[in-house]
Ligand binder design. Sequence first.
Ligand code: DQA
Length: 150
Amino acid sequence: MARLLLLNGPNLNLLGQREPETYGRATLEQLVARAGGTAASLGHELVAFQSNAEHELVERVHAARGDGTAFLIVNPGAFTHTSIALRDALLAVALPFIEVHLSNVFAREAFRHHSWFTDIAVGAIFGLGGGGYELAVRAAAEHLAARGTS
Ligand code: DQA
């Protein structure tokens, strides 16, 4: 069994109400429950954390180094396009992660086309809505199994 940490950045606490035509109608709680169910069905544990504050996300990543987290699934929200601090935190803990975006960021404004995370991620999922979190859980489980770390 491995512990997976699902990290969500700013404004993702408003899923369900926030621009539903872009981000869907499911709440973050519902998406976390679905992804957690998928993790459990694969014999893993999913822990979720959301914050609107950059330093809280950085500190949660630091804590992941010592709390048994084997893999992260990260939707940095708007910090995707701005946060070198969160990028550096992920590099510092050297834990593998998958970047997830609910929307297809490449079909949106030009400022969303650059991510500070994709080049250091195991992989990225975008444009598949909340189902992207479940796909990331499955990919994380396969990644860990392939490396004998689960
Ligand atoms: C997002 C895409 C970002 O550009 C945006 O700032 C978000 C959500 C997504 O999941 O599609 O907050 O990360």
